[in-house]
Design a protein. Structure first.
Length: 80
């Protein structure tokens, strides 16, 4: 691990120090976990945005026909 020094707002530091996880595991572990979680969520949000851009144009329910052929959506007894 590498030590990093940064400034933080006193009120935010007070809120961090009041968290039970900080009291149990320490500030460094808490902040590492918080940053990892932030980066994970940011990556998930970027992936979700990509999906919305790629598939956002298909808002009509009739577009489902593009995903599954209508004849495959029926039970075999109903096939013509």
């Amino acid at each position: 691990m590498k030590a990093v020094q940064f400034t933080i707002d006193p009120e935010l530091l007070r809120r961090i120090d009041a968290d039970p996880e900080v009291k149990q595991k320490g500030r460094s572990a808490f902040l590492r976990h918080a940053v990892e979680e932030y980066l994970r969520r940011k990556q998930e949000d970027a992936i979700d945005a990509s999906y919305r851009r790629a598939y956002g144009r298909h808002t009509n329910d009739d577009d489902d026909d593009m995903l599954v052929a209508p004849e495959l959506r029926a039970w075999p007894d109903d096939w013509k």
